[in-house]
Design a binder for this molecule. Structure first.
Ligand SMILES: [Fe+2]
Ligand SMILES: [Fe+2]
Length: 196
């Protein structure tokens, strides 16, 4: 793997200044969550830093890389290719930054829509993306507060805000994010029942 400073310099060339700053903020938020919830701090920081490495690519490069890496592009992804930057980013991280840790690459893949049975590292990066210090959108405090209680609560709160935003903008809702929400919600309910 490239060392973290070289990854940062490379990232800086791939991303806008704003996106690079967001990435370092997600790195920091991932570290804080990893400390709180007992995850490997180095992995969390690395995954947080590189999670958006493919986000500033244009549509045609994104589709070209999907072809190169055999990523299955469904009809919703075809219309809203920004959904693909997690999956494409994981392959880029492997090939450009020589990241070989499977859980770090999975966290990059999963940060866009999550997945059922997401592990702790993926959950941490997923949430860090919502609550990093530079975020100030309406509803962010609710997600920050949920992240104080549990990862699953924060996932539900984050996905809810994304779904509300998608509905407001009249965009297509990808079923993957609904599956993620339902899984996290069931985890929460299961815990509540366990307490009774
Ligand atoms: Fe992203
Ligand atoms: Fe992000």
């Amino acid at each position: 793997m490239m060392n973290i400073d070289d990854i940062k310099s490379r990232l800086q060339m791939m991303l806008s200044q704003k996106r690079f700053s967001h990435s370092t903020h997600v790195m920091e938020a991932s570290r804080i969550l990893a400390e709180k919830y007992g995850e490997d701090i180095g992995k969390a920081e690395l995954a947080g830093l590189i999670h958006d490495c493919a986000k500033d690519m244009d549509k045609s490069s994104t589709f070209a890389l999907c072809k190169k890496y055999d990523i299955i592009v469904d009809s919703i992804m075809k219309k809203q290719p920004e959904i693909l930057h997690g999956m494409v980013g994981a392959f880029l991280a492997r090939d450009l930054f020589e990241v070989d840790d499977k859980s770090v690459l999975a966290a990059v893949t999963n940060h866009t829509m999550g997945c059922e049975n997401m592990n702790k590292l993926s959950s941490i990066v997923f949430i860090a993306d919502y609550i990093e210090a530079g975020r100030s959108y309406e509803g962010v405090e609710k997600i920050r507060k949920a992240a104080e209680s549990s990862l699953e609560e924060a996932i539900v709160a984050g996905v809810d805000s994304t779904i509300e935003d998608i509905l407001k903008k009249g965009k297509l809702l990808h079923p993957q994010i609904v599956l993620t929400r339902n899984w996290a919600l069931e985890q929460l309910k299961g815990r509540t029942v366990g307490l009774l």
